[in-house]
Each structure stands twice: as C-alpha cells, then as structure tokens.
Design a protein around this ligand. Structure first.
Ligand SMILES: *Cc1c(COP(=O)(O)O)cnc(C)c1O
Length: 452
C-alpha cells in the first residue's frame, strides 16, 4: 500500500516512510492511495481480541513491515492498558453506549495511537541504525501520551514544551514525574502559542533538524489515524446485530483526528449510520458542518482543554474526499483559507456527519445529568458528547479521557472527586522540569546538550 499527499505534489511513500515523515513535504497530509474494503471480513473479525483485530486491520496498511514483526509491535502497544478489553463498550441505556478509551497509561484516548507510534519509531531506529529525537509542544494530553509512548526506549529522546503554569497540575506531573532519562519536560515562559512558535522555528532550521534526527509529535501522523480506526471497528463488532446499522458514533472533537478515523472506517465497508462531531465552545467544525463555511476562530480556553483549537489540523483529509480527491482543489481551498481565514464550500456535502457544540456553562450540568440518570461519571470532554443525543439512533459516545484527570471540574459538578491510582502515585514523585525561555536558540541549545 502506498500513501499519497492530499496536495498531490510529492511522491507516494510506503507506510514506514509516510509515518516517519509526518507532514508531507508539499504541506499536505498522507492518505492511503485507495481504501480497502473490509465488508467481507466482518464475521471473521467478531471473534478477535483487541490486539488481534488491530493486527488484521493494520497489516493491510503496513505492508512494508513483516507480519510477525508487526504482530509483536501491536501486542506490545496494547499491554499497558489496564482493562482486559482495552476499549470496553458499556451500555448505559436503551440505544446508548459509551466506548471507554481511557484505560491506557495516560488515561486519555491518545494512548491508542501513541503507544503504537512509539513502537514504530523504535523499530525505525533499529532498522536504520539511527537515533531519533522527538519534539512537540502541548497544552494538555498529547505531550503525556507521546512521552509514555517512548518512555525508556533505547536511541530515542523526547522533548515536550508546554507553557509553564498553564497546564493542569496533574497533566504536568504526567510529563515531569516519569523519572525516565530520555524524557525532557520543558516548561517555557509564555503561552502555548509562544511554545508552538518557538518549536516551528526549531523545525524550520532544516540543517539542525537533519543533524539531530528531529521528528515532530503532532496530531496529523498517518499512524495515529489508522490506529484509531481499530476501536471503532472493535466497538461496532460488539454491538448487537440489530443496532449496528443504526449506530451514530458521538465523538468529542478538536483536531478532527479521532472522528476522521471512524469515518474512514465507514468508507472501508463497515455499515455505520453516522458520526456526531461534538465540539466545545471552540466550534469551527460545528459551524463548518452546519453552514458549509470553514472559518478560523480565536481560541477560548475551556473546561475541555484538549479540544481548544483554532483550526482542525486533520480536516484537510476530509476536504480531500469531499472535493472528489482532487489535490489541485485541496490546494486552492487551503490557500484561500490561509490567505483569508475562511473558505465557503459551494456545494458542501456533509456526508454522514452531524454536529453539536457545547459551551463551558453547559458542561457541569451535563456531568450532573449523566451522573444522575446513568450513575456514570464523564470527564468534561466526554460531557460535550452528551449534550444532545438523537433518540432515533443508537448512540455510542466515545469517552476520551478519564474523569480522574479533571478532579476539580467533576467535584464542582457533583461533589465527588474521582481518583486513579496512577495519578495518586505521581503526587509523591518529584517534578523534574527545565524552565526555559520560549526562544528557539535557547531550545536548540538544550537539544544539543541532551539529544541522543
Ligand atoms: C485530543 C483530545 C480530544 C480531541 O481529539 P481530536 O482527535 O483532536 O479531535 C478530545 N478529548 C480528549 C480527552 C483529548 O485528549
């Protein structure tokens, strides 16, 4: 299987190279050149456990990795999940389920992709005899999940920048209390945007980037989207047959990576009725799917911080399909959007997407209601999914984070403070972080001293 760029101006690559490259050189995002059809495999898939199902799915895409090696990588990637089902589906009522995606090491769904990506990076280092230095900026969950994907791996180091004092204390502890020698938590002065801009400058220095084998952690990596397809398939196979064709997956959405994965799976022959794009008050995608206009907004920090985005970085992959797989048209859309901050689609086809948005003022009330009606505690991101459900469809709400990561919001809503042993354990460990200026030269200096 080959992977092409949404902007069509760069050669197609094999799986491992597309994963290692991340963003395509023409500024586009990698996609499979054609989508396989799994409709004839679904009965056979019913009997498989999570890791086995993941193997059957990914081997169609990762055709340049020997099957046995891929099997070992996948098995390793899902051993650190604490629930035996990995992604348990729980019924809350008639026509209502939650898919719990928070049983990985950092208690958020990003572990599904980043545990796998860490192991793919490790393999790449081994095969090429090279080291790799991974670099990213985070305002929340991604940094921790990326760190736990690479924790203690040979020939790798990971540097995560975050705005000092502006991530939650628990999120900081997840990054700064690992004790691992290859992990560097860099607390920079300024905002998330300052950290991100400094990082862009570091990556913009191509000679520096090549010399230190720098690789970016971000939400657009091809492997992340493909790894995320698997839990939709797993959940669909666990639904009663009578519910499957009427299912709407409800997805708390920021950068559109999660919900895109489900939608792509549907295009691979899995009969799913629809997908709900559930945003918080940063609702560029809600507006897109209700009006056909993609217009940039300012970021308003919210109670669901991992969905606080200005533009949705994976949305370009959907644009590619919606403009009839025409890379020239994708370039036109993205250029207009970049130049003017908006693009209006003349004949926008929302396909099977529905959309909702949820303000901060609504989140505590939703947490209360779900607790009262279902005796179930949802985190503030998942709460956005529960804002409105279509009673005529079978809703599967994706629970993207554990409520224990957001004890203050939960306590304010229902008077209970959820805890988790792994987070409690972090509280007794020392915070080891480097305070740095959000300045590219300073950050490069730190990398030179600590890179592998
Ligand atoms: C990252 C994240 C999201 C948003 O996912 P996208 O793939 O960016 O749409 C939602 N909830 C939680 C808890 C997250 O960490």
């Amino acid at each position: 299987m080959k992977y092409i760029s949404t902007r069509g101006q760069t050669p197609a690559l094999g799986f491992s190279d597309a994963v290692a490259t991340g963003l395509a050189p023409d500024g586009g995002l990698y996609l499979p050149e054609s989508l396989p059809d799994f409709s004839g495999d679904l009965v056979r898939f019913e009997k498989l456990g999570y890791a086995e199902l993941c193997c059957e799915f990914l081997r169609v895409f990762a055709t340049d990795i020997p099957a046995e090696e891929l099997r070992v990588i996948i098995a390793q990637s899902y051993t650190r999940f604490e629930d035996p089902a990995v992604a348990p589906l729980r019924r809350l009522g008639k026509n209502l389920h939650v898919l719990e995606l928070f049983h990985g090491p950092t208690l958020a769904f990003k572990d599904f992709a980043l545990q796998l990506l860490g192991n793919l990076y490790e393999r790449q280092c081994r095969v090429r005899g090279e080291s790799i230095n991974v670099l990213g900026a985070t305002s929340g969950d991604t940094g921790a999940a990326a760190i736990y994907g690479l924790l203690g791996k040979p020939r790798t180091a990971i540097f995560i920048l975050y705005p000092d004092g502006r991530v939650s204390p628990l999120q900081e502890r997840q990054m700064a209390c690992t004790g691992a020698e290859n992990v560097f938590a860099l607390a920079v002065d300024g905002t998330f945007d300052d950290a991100q801009n400094a990082l862009k400058d570091v990556f913009g220095d191509l000679a520096f980037r090549a010399q230190h084998h720098l690789s970016a952690v971000n939400s657009i990596n091809l492997a992340r989207v493909l790894a995320q397809c698997v839990y939709y398939l797993y959940a669909w196979l666990r639904l009663p047959a009578a519910e499957r064709g009427n299912v709407e997956f409800v997805v708390p959405t920021g950068n559109f990576g999660n919900v895109l994965a489900g939608w792509m799976l549907q295009k691979m022959g899995v009969p799913i009725r629809s997908f709900r794009v559930a945003t918080n008050q940063n609702d560029i995608l809600y507006r897109m799917f209700t009006t056909g206009e993609y217009r940039i907004g300012a970021v308003h920090p919210s109670l669901a911080p991992s969905m606080d985005i200005q533009v949705a970085s994976n949305f370009e992959r959907f644009i590619y399909f919606t403009v009839g797989r025409d890379p020239a048209k994708v370039r036109e859309v993205m250029q207009t959007f970049k130049a003017t901050g908006a693009y209006r689609f003349a004949h926008f086809n929302r396909d099977t997407f529905t959309a909702s948005h949820c303000t901060d003022a609504e989140i505590p009330g939703i947490i209360q209601r779900v607790y009262r009606e279902h005796d179930y505690i949802v985190d503030p991101h998942t709460a956005c999914g529960f804002r409105e459900l279509d009673p005529a469809r079978v809703s599967v709400v994706l629970a993207t984070a554990s409520p224990a990561k957001f004890p203050d919001t939960i306590k304010a809503a229902i008077g209970l403070e959820p805890t988790h042993p792994s987070l409690e354990a972090l509280k007794s460990r020392p915070v080891v972080k480097q305070r740095l200026k959000a300045n590219p030269a300073v950050i490069k200096g730190f990398i030179v001293d600590h890179a592998v």
